[in-house]
Design a protein around this ligand. Structure first.
Ligand SMILES: [Zn+2]
Ligand SMILES: [Zn+2]
Length: 190
């Protein structure tokens, strides 16, 4: 086919991309019977308009590409998606990161992997990450967000105590919580 006018060509390119999502510059040039230089010029114009994205060797329709989704890590232990509210993250000496869905799996992960040297968990009230070794845990409260028994992480003992008074469970230090978890070894995900 011949498309003599840039505008016509560009519309044709968009139409093909709508059905295919992706096309190489060469394929477009031969379908349009124009040089690859011309195709590049057309693509530059379309890219500037935000309609397409030039990629190595070709072009992609912008809308055909799903919006870049935030990568959701999965739990190293139970393979559930890691909920933002209960994120637990451990690191080995090489800086490699391991995620757990909540402090329940996190504490078990640490118990089973001695090479994990540091870990952070999300404070249940304030949402910031805290060093797990200094955190306080409320185990087996009525609040079940993830795994059972529920293990929630708090920065301070006062908050953990207040939470415990309202929602039950036991307040524990890191060592106590780790010990407790390795003896109630159920990795059950709700
Ligand atoms: Zn898990
Ligand atoms: Zn969990």
């Amino acid at each position: 086919m011949t498309a003599d006018f840039p505008r016509q060509r560009q519309e044709q390119i968009l139409e093909w991309l709508r059905t295919q999502g992706f096309a190489t510059v060469e394929a477009l040039a031969s379908r349009l019977s124009v040089s690859t230089m011309t195709v590049h010029r057309d693509l530059d114009r379309l890219a500037k308009a935000g309609a397409v994205q030039k990629v190595h060797g070709g072009v992609e329709l912008m809308v055909a590409k799903p919006a870049t989704q935030p990568h959701i890590p999965t739990c190293s232990l139970c393979h559930a998606e890691v909920p933002a509210r209960t994120t637990f993250m451990a690191q080995n000496a090489a800086g490699e990161k391991f995620h757990a869905c909540c402090s329940h799996c996190g504490l078990l992960l640490l118990a089973e992997n001695a090479h994990l040297i540091s870990a952070l968990a999300r404070d249940f009230i304030y949402g910031r990450m805290v060093n797990v070794a200094q955190a306080i845990y409320v185990i087996e409260s009525r609040v079940h967000l993830c795994c059972v028994p529920s293990v929630l992480c708090f920065t301070g003992r006062e908050d953990a105590d207040s939470f415990q008074r309202g929602f039950g469970g036991q307040v524990m230090t890191f060592d106590e919580a780790r010990h407790y978890m390795s003896h109630h070894h159920s990795t059950h995900h709700e």
